[in-house]
Write a protein that binds this ligand. Structure first.
Ligand SMILES: *Cc1c(COP(=O)(O)O)cnc(C)c1O
Length: 369
């Protein structure tokens, strides 16, 4: 039985390399790879992940916010960085740190042109985002005229790429809708390029788009979850390796008699003799209360142990009645398939994306190289 010291998120950089190479192998040589490292690289520590991928010669990075791009520049990242969701208040900083904005509506387009002009920029690279059905961010296709008229009036910015985002690329029952998004984007791209007189890069695929729609890879693909080891399908999960293992340790074991209760609000009532283990990880670490009361499982000695009672801020209690274990033994909350974050999160009716990005800063990241 492996022993453990503390709660850690162990991040396997070799697995990251494997995933990067697997995704690259799915694309043409000429297709650029953009690594999405928003939200601390999905909880894995963006600085380390981005530096590692930069050494592997990734073409581009994307983050959600300007502050995330600034942190990457501070960490030595010189690769181009697309900021997916910049706000007007930090466009100056964006330019100072050579970050490239996604411009998704007239307001941010005009604000960016104003800031770039004021700072005497010429041909500053921007990425024009079109909405093809997700209805989250992006210009409508009937706004092409408007965008072109603005671009023609200024030499401060240049459209380095135009892009869109798929709403349901992982869901093959929505294939018709996805194909319609792809067609709609290709139409927009054609009209835009014809009108502007040059050819911006085109991109629409996220990880599941890359895996399910090879005809839509275009000039660049944007991969997030795939790099971290999840393919959004059983088939693709077999080809990818989750890079993060959330580990902890048994702090204490209790023998609970029938009728006793466990945890706050006495939420668990023992119906017979029960052995419980207390583990130093709680909702402040990202294991939400939704995982309590029998929903979530951790693994001890390769056996599932249900989380019983309410999840506390700093601890959970699990049922180890049928598991041979002792204080100091290692606990795996999630790790490789089939005990991955994807399976763990299913218990709470959520997805890998949510649980891996929820593991809080208090959990130390340890890198395996
Ligand atoms: C987050 C995000 C991605 C990455 O999606 P994955 O499913 O994690 O590959 C790609 N593009 C945009 C616009 C995003 O917001």
């Amino acid at each position: 039985m492996p022993k453990a010291q503390d709660t850690i998120l162990e991040v396997d950089l070799k697995a990251l390399k494997h995933n990067f190479e697997y995704i690259t192998s799915k694309t043409q040589k000429s297709t650029k790879i953009l690594a999405v490292v928003k939200a601390f690289a999905y909880g894995n520590d963006a600085n380390t992940i981005a530096n590692y991928l930069q050494d592997l010669k990734v073409d581009y990075f994307a983050v959600a916010y300007v502050s995330e791009g600034v942190a990457l520049r501070d960490a030595g990242i010189t690769t181009p960085i697309l900021v997916l969701h910049p706000q007007a208040s930090n466009l100056k900083t964006l330019i100072e740190r050579c970050l490239e904005p996604s411009l998704y509506n007239a307001k941010i387009l005009n604000e960016f042109i104003a800031v770039a002009s004021e700072r005497k920029q010429t041909n500053y690279p921007v990425h024009i985002k079109f909405n093809t059905g997700l209805n989250r961010l992006g210009f409508r296709n009937d706004e092409i005229d408007y965008i072109i008229s603005k671009l023609e009036k200024t030499d401060a910015i240049t459209a380095k790429s135009i892009f869109s985002h798929l709403a349901a690329s992982e869901d093959l029952s929505e294939k018709e809708f996805t194909l319609q998004q792809i067609e709609s984007f290709k139409g927009i791209a054609e009209e835009f390029s014809k009108r502007i007189g040059y050819q911006p890069m085109l991109h629409i695929c996220n990880t599941s788009g890359i895996l399910n729609y090879p005809e839509a890879h275009l000039d660049m693909v944007r991969t997030g979850i795939g790099l971290y080891g999840f393919g959004n399908s059983e088939k693709e999960n077999k080809n990818l390796k989750p890079i993060a293992t959330l580990k902890s340790v048994i702090s204490q074991i209790h023998q609970i008699e029938k009728g006793e209760t466990v945890g706050y609000n006495r939420a668990y009532k023992s119906e017979s003799f029960t052995k419980t283990a207390t583990i130093p990880i709680g909702h402040a670490d990202g294991i939400g209360r939704i995982y309590g009361n029998g929903k979530g499982f951790v693994f001890i000695n390769n056996k599932p142990a249900a989380i019983i009672g309410n999840v506390c801020m700093d601890m959970i209690m699990v049922d180890v009645t049928d598991i041979n274990c002792s204080e100091g033994d290692e606990v795996i909350i999630f790790g490789k398939h089939p005990h991955s974050a994807s399976e763990f999160s299913k218990a709470a009716g959520t997805i890998s994306y949510e649980i891996i990005t929820s593991i809080s800063a208090r959990v130390k990241r340890v890198f395996l190289t």
